[in-house]
Design a protein. Structure first.
Length: 118
């Protein structure tokens, strides 16, 4: 007789793998936001842009085609707005520019250095 499979162990392994993939996806989304330069936007603005994109994708499927082409070009060109912008302006990439130094708000809503109070 064949040894029975340990279904519980297999399920546990699959659940762990699913957690790892979810974590990796979350990290890649964060890296994408940083690479595109969208991390300089306040979270509320970024959320609004993404919600508008989802709405527009439902209403105008041709927008998805244009966005896909633009995204493919972005990755083919090296996939980093900051690197390309820095090179265009004769600076070294990774000069420490971040949302906190650009006067935007942090995830907790605190104003970063250099921001002005309304």
């Amino acid at each position: 007789m064949r040894k029975p499979r340990d279904i519980d162990a297999e399920l546990k392994t699959l659940q762990e793998r699913a957690r790892e993939l979810k974590t990796r996806k979350t990290m890649q989304l964060g890296e994408l936001i940083t690479a595109t330069g969208a991390d300089i936007l306040p979270f509320e603005t970024l959320a609004g842009v993404l919600l508008a994109a989802v709405d527009q994708a439902k209403e105008k499927p041709e927008a998805l085609v244009r966005w896909t082409e633009r995204g493919q070009a972005f990755f083919q060109e090296g996939g980093s707005v900051r690197v390309n912008q820095a090179r265009a302006f004769g600076r070294k990439p990774g000069n420490g520019s971040s949302a906190a130094t650009n006067g935007t708000t942090s995830p907790t809503g605190d104003a970063g250095p250099g921001s002005s109070s309304p």
